[in-house]
Structures are given as C-alpha cells and as structure tokens.
Write a protein that binds this ligand. Structure first.
Ligand SMILES: [Zn+2]
Length: 156
C-alpha cells in the first residue's frame, strides 16, 4: 500500500522496513524494539491505544505522501540521497570496476565511473539518467537536493 513511498524514502536515505513480514503484532513489536515510527494509511490502527509512535499517511498519492513524511520528520532529502538500497534498505558500499565487471551491461561499464553495491541483496547501482529524473522529481515537489552523489540503476 505504501510501497512507492517506501522506495522514495529509501532514495532520500531513510531507514525504512517494509514487506509482508511487517504487519500486525509483529510490526508493532519490531517498531518498539527498534525504536521505529510506524507509517500507516489505516485510521483504525492510528486510533488504537498503546501504539508505538505513528504517522497516519493522509494521501494515497505518493508525492503527497512523501511531502508529508519529509515535513513531519524534517528530513533533508539531499543529505543522504542514494546511500541506501532501494530494494532491501541496507547501506550501500562503494564497488570497484572489477567487482561490477560482468554484472553490468558493457555500455554501463564503459560510460560510468562510480558504482555502489548492496552488501545484502547484491543489487548494483550507478549514476544514470534516472538520477537526474529523481532530482527533477524532488525539485518539482519543492524538495531541493544538494550535490550529485552516486546513484542507482534500473527503475526507482
Ligand atoms: Zn539490497
């Protein structure tokens, strides 16, 4: 339900857990244990007593959702852009050309100079045209972001 928001929050560097393992009581106890804030679209959940800190996401449109979360937690979207794996939330590490050779298309290897990899799911990231698209999208949302950082591959 909040999948697109989750990916965008990871793009701007937020530590976000999401998926079928995170629901019901398991989600709430994980939130308490790890000192996390629950994002929900469910007003009934939000009204329940004894909940961990929680934000009721108002809109069903991801741009408005992102805007709301960024405002609510005073997130600087340019600060940690492209530092986190969009797929699994792990912190990315720098990868050498040797490490990515054979795992990225030849034209990528020929045209890109900086690569990052996810130590958990092995996803590879590099600067590509959609990095510019992400920046455009953020600035269209009124969320300016700073200097270029290494980026991301296939589809956000
Ligand atoms: Zn990953």
């Amino acid at each position: 339900m909040l999948g697109r928001l989750v990916r965008w929050l990871r793009i701007v560097g937020c530590d976000v857990l999401y998926g079928p393992n995170f629901s019901g009581k398991g989600l709430l106890s994980a939130a308490r244990r790890e000192d996390r804030i629950v994002l929900t679209r469910d007003r009934r959940v939000a009204r329940r007593s004894g909940m961990p800190p929680l934000l009721l996401v108002e809109s069903d449109r991801f741009r408005e959702q992102l805007r709301q979360v960024i405002d609510a937690f005073a997130i600087d979207p340019g600060k940690s852009l492209f530092r986190r794996c969009i797929e699994c939330n792990a912190d990315l590490v720098e990868a050498t050309r040797e490490e990515v050779t054979g795992r990225v298309p030849a034209f990528v290897l020929a045209t890109q100079t900086r690569f990052r990899r996810c130590p958990r799911c092995r996803h590879l990231y590099w600067d590509a045209t959609h990095v510019a698209r992400v920046r455009d999208e953020l600035s269209r949302m009124g969320l300016a972001c700073g200097a270029p950082a290494a980026a991301q591959e296939d589809s956000p």
